[in-house]
Write a protein that binds this ligand. Structure first.
Ligand code: G4P
Length: 530
């Protein structure tokens, strides 16, 4: 129905380990889109960096990270939505969930570090969804690891085939540019001045050996020629279907800081990634163009404005068109609601949107009615999008409530905070609500929980860290008597608030042991939201 608008949409997440250059690359993207005039204004780095200890600071920081968490800009006829995935101390389940709203992911890797922990974790979620993953190997202006080894590492560690779209010529002080394999041209390196997008790069045909020699030197040219020969013989053939199925990652090299290779990346990326595609629901795949408005909630942000104690529910529009003030059906509650104060993020500003289309992300005021994974449809439809899985927390603590008289507030508070998706709560397998175990993806969430319970619910708690680092859902729980599972000494049985059994382990080795000792047992790192 709104084919033209939807066809222009490209919605992707940027993933990386902290410091690989995600923010810098995002800034450069925005620069091309004309969304900001001066690179360097995406987020307050100073605030984002320092150790955070109190909630005011956390809130301030979150305000900033949220503002920059969904960015929209236009470039070359496309309408691009970038979803930032919070890293550093802000790393949380939200980081994973953001990937549920993206159609593809851009993975930024530091060329001198290779695949790092956080990238590995985020990549797993991309793999689960089979979304296309594009690799940008960054910081070539610094000494880098061997290019073949970098590719090998990505393939082995992440289990995805790679296909270099361009190839770096040297690195660090000897970085001369990249070779564009499709056009068979060398693009010479130029250190673009901060805040401008006009580089002084030149494109030189690979056959024009004399010009190349004068630009990159004889030695670099010889090395490039032999590497290309090796590459053409060894690397996977480019296959767009495999890219779109998340099986082959196109790889690009560049330097975000000096703005080299960024536009080249955008150019190919926008051609190779997909427009918003159909999404699975309980009545089949919903076509973005054929259907009226539908969306699902993937993130709930609490207390962005202290004065109003408001929550913002972020939703990904999956089909049709949204218009401000429209009435939609909240499927889980079976109620018609008006979406008020719809907002969109543009660089540092939040602004009210009048209309948005499939592929876009909007944030709406939430008076406490939404949960993660909720579906909204236009009045005539009734279906639910596939639920968002629960992601494995990595830090666990036992929560002790200091004042037992406040049991009710405590249960209400912790349940509401869990509903927003910042924490997960569990119980001992055999006891009731007395003992609560809380699990988080990033340790900062422990502080957030304590502060919010004190300030919003007037409840004091004490958190006692537990040594567990691994949690597994039991996939085939119907087939196993949880009490009879043969465990290891470090294994603990717990259940989530819906009564699903889970296992906690101190080390990953035990997970393997338990699988070995209990034939047929299926364990999963993702919890089905049922
Ligand atoms: P992140 O969002 O992934 O955490 O990384 P971010 O962009 O903040 O970059 C981390 C550091 O790496 C920054 O330096 C940034 O300037 C630098 N950087 C990013 N891309 C490149 C690149 O292509 N080449 C080089 N040489 N450096 C790069 P910083 O000193 O930690 O911060 P700042 O003071 O420069 O902001």
């Amino acid at each position: 129905m709104y084919d033209e608008e939807i066809k222009k949409r490209r919605t992707f997440a940027i993933i990386s380990h902290p410091d690989a250059g995600k923010t810098t690359l995002t800034e450069k993207f925005l620069l091309y889109g004309g969304a900001i005039n001066l690179a360097g204004s995406v987020k307050g780095k100073a605030t984002a960096r320092h150790a955070v200890s109190d909630w005011m600071e956390i809130e301030k920081e979150r305000g900033i990270s949220v503002t920059s968490s969904v960015l929209q800009f236009h470039y070359d006829g496309f309408c691009i939505n970038i979803l930032d995935t919070p890293g550093h101390q802000d790393f949380s389940e939200d980081t994973y969930r953001t990937l549920m709203a993206a159609d593809s992911a851009v993975m930024v890797i530091d060329a001198s570090k290779g695949v790092e922990a956080q990238t590995r974790k985020l990549f797993k979620v991309c793999g689960m969804r089979h979304i296309p993953v594009f690799t940008f190997i960054n910081k070539l202006d610094r000494d880098a690891n061997d290019t073949f080894e970098l590719l090998d590492e990505i393939e082995k560690e992440l289990g995805i085939a790679t296909c270099p779209i361009n190839w770096p010529i040297g690195s660090g002080k000897r970085f001369k540019g990249v070779y564009d394999r499709k056009d068979r041209q060398v693009i010479t390196f130029s250190d673009t001045e901060k805040g401008t997008k006009e580089g002084k790069s030149e494109r030189i045909d690979m056959d024009d050996a004399d010009t190349l020699k004068s630009h990159i030197g004889e030695e670099a040219l010889e090395q490039l020629q032999s590497e290309i020969e090796l590459l053409d013989g060894a690397s996977a053939e480019f296959d767009l279907d495999a890219v779109r199925a998340g099986e082959l990652s196109p790889v690009f090299f560049g330097s975000a800081l000096t703005n080299f290779g960024v536009e080249l990346f955008l150019h190919y990326f926008l051609q190779m990634t997909t427009e918003p595609l159909g999404r699975k629901s309980d009545i089949g795949v919903i076509d973005p163009k054929e259907n009226d408005f539908s969306a699902f909630v993937f993130k709930i942000q609490a207390n962005m404005n202290k004065a109003h104690r408001d929550r913002i529910a972020f939703m990904r529009i999956c089909s049709g068109k949204f218009t401000a003030g429209m009435e939609v059906k909240h499927i889980q509650e079976d109620k018609m609601i008006r979406l008020s104060q719809p907002q969109q993020m543009m660089a540092q500003e939040r602004h009210i949107v009048d209309e948005a289309y499939a592929g876009d992300i909007i944030g709406v005021f939430d008076p406490g009615i939404f949960s993660i994974g909720d579906t909204l449809c236009s009045g005539n439809d009734k279906f639910c999008y596939e639920g968002i899985p629960t992601f494995a927390p990595e830090h666990f603590a036992r929560v002790r409530q200091m004042d037992t008289m406040k049991r009710k507030q405590f249960v209400k508070g912790i349940t509401q905070i869990a509903q927003e998706g910042a924490i997960q709560i569990f119980q001992e397998f055999n006891t009731g609500m007395e003992e609560i175990i809380v699990g988080v993806v990033g340790v900062l969430q422990f502080e957030v929980l304590k502060y919010r319970l004190e300030n919003e619910y007037n409840v004091d708690i004490k958190l006692e860290n537990l040594p567990f680092e691994h949690i597994r859902w039991i996939e085939n729980k119907e087939d196993f008597d949880v009490e009879k599972i043969v465990g290891t000494s470090d294994m603990k049985r717990i259940k989530d608030m819906k009564g699903n059994p889970l296992l906690l382990f101190v080390n990953s080795w035990s997970v393997g042991m338990v699988l070995e000792r209990n034939e047929g047992l299926q364990l999963s790192e993702f919890g089905r939201n049922t």
